[in-house]
Design a binder for this molecule. Structure first.
Ligand code: HEC
Length: 240
């Protein structure tokens, strides 16, 4: 067949195929992840599902205290342009690809095998397996700005079951042996007790005048959490 005949045939064939496709098929599904993840900020009454990773309850406190400290990834320091202190900045500067941890820069950095390239960098410890899995799950589930009403019970104010977990999650990343921000450690009972006794613990978390607001760069602890700390201190800050 001469070359120009072939070319002439192509157009009608393409048109027929187009018609065929447009008649037979639903509009193409968008395969990109949701660019506007559900924002449940400030909503209440959503009970926590153990199979869901929650951004505001778990992921944000972890990233603020593990990465968003001064000199690293807070808004003022913004090392390498990365700011890990708010949802918007985590998604954009952490280059999160919703649904795909392997393509997300932040996930690659925390799982980097070579310690020189890993975040947080040595001498800081790598994130724990549980922390990495939490971030992985959150990205896989769409990297939403989600929130749930965590069961917080003001009648539970024991050190081991209430105070220590909340300090580990929200404070210890910036207040430990390697990084003692403001010269303060909060990674063991004795250290926490010192800050409880001198009034700094309650002053900072309840944003009282004359105290630096803590967690630095993060959201204020809930009223329930602050009440737990208050009650623990009022009961003599025991190691219980
Ligand atoms: C992102 C890092 C970061 C996190 C998270 C953080 N802190 Fe701090 N904290 C700092 C820095 C930096 C300072 C020193 C601030 C200054 O002196 O201006 C500080 C200072 C303090 C001080 C001394 C304040 C004073 O008035 O002298 C206390 C107490 C404290 N933090 C408690 C906490 C508690 C409790 C939490 C968790 C609820 C927490 N911090 C979470 C970075 C952090």
């Amino acid at each position: 067949m001469p070359a120009n005949t072939t070319r002439l045939l192509r157009l009608p064939v393409a048109l027929v195929m187009l018609l065929f496709l447009s008649c037979k098929h639903e509009p193409l599904e968008i395969v990109n992840p949701d660019p506007n993840p559900e924002d449940t900020t400030g909503q209440t009454g959503i009970s926590c599902n153990p199979d869901t990773a929650y951004f505001r309850n778990e992921v944000l406190p972890l990233l603020v205290s593990g990465c968003g400290m001064s000199g690293c990834h807070d808004a003022a320091s913004a090392m390498d342009g990365v700011v890990l202190t708010s949802y918007e900045s985590i998604i954009t500067t952490g280059e999160i690809v919703a649904g795909n941890p392997g393509s997300s820069e932040l996930y690659e950095k925390i799982t980097e095998a070579d310690a020189e390239d890993r975040m947080p960098p040595p001498p800081m410890a790598a994130l724990t397996t549980d922390q990495i899995l939490l971030i992985r799950k959150w990205i896989e589930q769409g990297a939403k700005n989600n929130y749930c009403d965590a069961a917080c019970d003001t009648t539970n104010f024991a050190f081991s079951t209430a105070i220590e977990p909340l300090i580990n999650k929200n404070c210890a990343g910036c207040h430990n042996a390697t990084l003692a921000s403001g010269g303060i450690r909060l990674d063991n009972y004795a250290a926490v007790k010192t800050q409880a006794d001198n009034g700094n613990l309650l002053g900072t978390i309840s944003h009282q005048n004359g105290y630096v607001a803590m967690p630095q760069g993060g959201a204020k602890l809930s009223d329930c959490q602050i009440t737990q700390v208050k009650k623990w201190i009022a009961s003599g800050s025991p190691d219980n």
